[in-house]
Design a binder for this molecule. Structure first.
Ligand code: ADP
Length: 212
């Protein structure tokens, strides 16, 4: 659904119908001190958009589903750039032991490994670290580069993509987090990490947008 931008008058009409519906067009016009004819185009737009329902001889009703659709559409068009969190990065030469400490210190579920140039080289999740820790008692000697998911297998999101696109990538790839990147050289898989989007980011955006 494409969200429509309501005019001030259309918003006023919606408020009136929400409060006093079912209500006739004539009564709405009286409340706004306008003529019925002036309001006709606005009522037609609101009815076509699904915000209002009209019943002959009864009047206009507010359709609460339309608000849910509008909120969902608002959520979908939000940009990754406005919601991204700070990325927690480690050098890919760091040890698994250091990565485990980092995950606790930073209170995150996923770390991003970078190379000497600061470009994205890998992703290390909690389970990657648990897997490496089972039966290995020399975690200080084991570099994360051995256990991380590497480029070109990393699923990323660009800062100008939408939260909806990010959410779909999380779900389709069964992962918890996406590095937000700025492309340096696509052919050579060179990306700068500028943020992270996690399942928590999407949940927070959902709550924020519906709580207003
Ligand atoms: P966990 O393993 O703690 O449940 P995830 O579900 O995010 O966390 O990770 C599952 C696997 O997918 C891990 O092996 C991890 O390295 C990998 N992974 C996580 N995020 C990404 C990503 N953005 N791109 C590619 N692989 C990823």
């Amino acid at each position: 659904m494409i969200p429509i931008k309501l005019s001030k008058r259309q918003q006023e009409i919606l408020e009136i119908v929400k409060e006093a519906g079912p209500i006739t067009g004539k009564e709405i016009a009286e409340k706004l001190s306008l003529t019925r004819a002036t309001l006709r185009p606005d009522l037609a737009i609101l009815t076509m958009a699904g915000s209002l329902e009209a019943k002959p001889r009864v009047g206009y009703f507010f359709n609460p589903q339309s608000e849910v659709r509008q909120s969902a559409a608002n959520l979908a068009k939000q940009l990754v750039n406005n919601y991204k969190a700070h990325p927690i990065v480690v050098q890919k030469s760091a040890s698994v032991y250091d990565a485990i400490v980092q995950i606790f210190l930073e209170d995150v579920g996923t770390l991003y490994a970078v190379d000497k140039e600061g470009l994205l080289a890998g992703v290390i999740s909690r389970k990657d670290l648990l897997r490496a820790a089972i039966g290995n008692n020399n975690l200080e000697e084991l570099p994360i580069s051995v256990i991380m998911t590497r480029m070109p297998n990393i699923v990323t999101v660009k800062y100008d993509e939408t939260l909806f696109e990010a959410a779909k990538k999380l779900i389709h790839n069964h992962i918890d987090s996406l590095p937000v990147v700025r492309e340096i050289d696509k052919e050579k898989n060179m990306y700068e990490v500028i943020g992270r989007i996690t399942k928590t980011t999407i949940t927070r955006a959902y709550v924020e947008l519906l709580e207003i």
